[in-house]
Ligand binder design. Sequence first.
Ligand SMILES: NC(=O)c1ccc[n+]([C@@H]2O[C@H](COP(=O)([O-])OP(=O)(O)OC[C@H]3O[C@@H](n4cnc5c(N)ncnc54)[C@H](OP(=O)(O)O)[C@@H]3O)[C@@H](O)[C@H]2O)c1
Length: 481
Amino acid sequence: MRNPPHAPCTFVIFGGTGDLMRKKLLPSLYRLAQNGAFDKGCQVLGVARDRSLTDKQFRAWARAALSDLGLPAGDRDWCDQCLHYQPVDMNSPDDFKALAARIGALEAGRSAGNRVLYLALPPASFEGTIEALGKAGLNRSKGWTRLVVEKPFGHDLDSALRLNALVHKYFDETQIYRIDHYLGKETVQNLLAFRFGNALFESAWNRDHIKSVQISVAEQTSIGSRAGYYENTGALRDMVQNHLTQLLTLTAMEVPAAFAADSIRFEKVKVLRSVAPIGRDAIVFGQYAPGKVDGKKLPGYLQEPGVTPRSRTETYVAMRLEVQNWRWQGVPFYLRTGKSMPQRSTRIVIDFRKPPVALFRTVGRRPHRNTLAINLQPDQGFDLTFEVKSPGDRFTLQTERMQFRYPEIKDSLWDGYETLLLEIVRGDQTLFVHADETEASWRLYAPLLRRRSMPHPYAAGSWGPEAADKLMRATGGDWTT
Ligand SMILES: NC(=O)c1ccc[n+]([C@@H]2O[C@H](COP(=O)([O-])OP(=O)(O)OC[C@H]3O[C@@H](n4cnc5c(N)ncnc54)[C@H](OP(=O)(O)O)[C@@H]3O)[C@@H](O)[C@H]2O)c1
């Protein structure tokens, strides 16, 4: 058990029969309940449109889902006592009245009216559901009410502004938890510990010592059967605007005044507001073409089922950003993400400057730059390269690597969604995205969405188009893989 359990509450999961619920929310809720992190009185009410589904069938579905994930779903008690289902048509005020009554009945004798309203819905249903919740008075309760909104938060600046305005019509910002599940990852949070808990690194974390920063999220998977979603999204919206931008802000932010949600989120917004407009020559869009990995043929994006012929949707983005503030002036930040890449990897690479004096000019090899790679997945940990004297009678240099891997100190990493759910119940918004962050980030990328060029083809199974290498070489670097 982590901490004493928190006050009992009711999780109302809109989209309670969907993929996110099955793969992430349900197992996380289950594990949290099993290890005592939640009070035994916590209830989970799945909400969806299906009117034929009963509580009994919903519990059977949940048990099967948990069992598929290797969790001991034999624990019938939790499913029978804590899982419930309520059909709701988001356009029916009567259904919302019935929902309010059902929540009240579940709370009776168990909870003081503490509620998590979790929108695990298709984004097109967010606005209607928020409006219906507000009109039904479900935005307030006797205890606390917290609204959780899944990503994506808007699909451009206008829609994000509209969604924020609607949410704020019914909920205070202190009630709103916008999810970017990267923030729930242990290693992403560890960036804060690493940066601000180690004077050694923080004192060198600036333009005097750092030459460039690379933030890269490579996915090995293609879009598979998700053309319906991906055709209207693309890599800039799907990955850059949210996940890569979160990593950028955590890497570049100033030391917050306190380890508290407001202080941290304030510093993250400042980073976004300091980024210079991204020029046409500083961004490369790509789209995977047919390729091969280990002799196995891979289809191109245009060959995937459901993709429009001659689609211009990008599956790859590489860009150079400049954070124009005292700390970072002149240090390029490179962001890169792509699908159908040779391997899955998320990492931040800090490339330090070379020593300022050429002391070792005569020893056969000049020192290489120190690099710090912060691996977020799959091998979570750090790698720091440094120069040593090669053993032997000749004085020459060689590069060595110091490694830290997370599993070495902790066997099973806490799943991101477990962390996020726990923080929601605790009422700590540090790991959630503030309204100002969503807007600042869309302001930065919206102009790029409007002037997306024809993507450069790259072979599936490669690291992206040649144009992205040129972008990097223009400032004298290489992508680190
Ligand atoms: N799946 C993931 O791994 C994942 C990861 C990160 C974020 N997300 C986000 O999580 C959200 C849900 O994704 P998902 O993959 O779970 O979607 P999904 O599998 O399509 O499930 C959608 C759920 O919402 C309900 N629903 C659909 N249309 C609705 C409507 N108009 N009104 C009310 N309920 C409706 C569905 O049940 P009924 O059709 O019976 O109503 C179902 O329970 C999305 O915002 C997505 O971007 C998902």
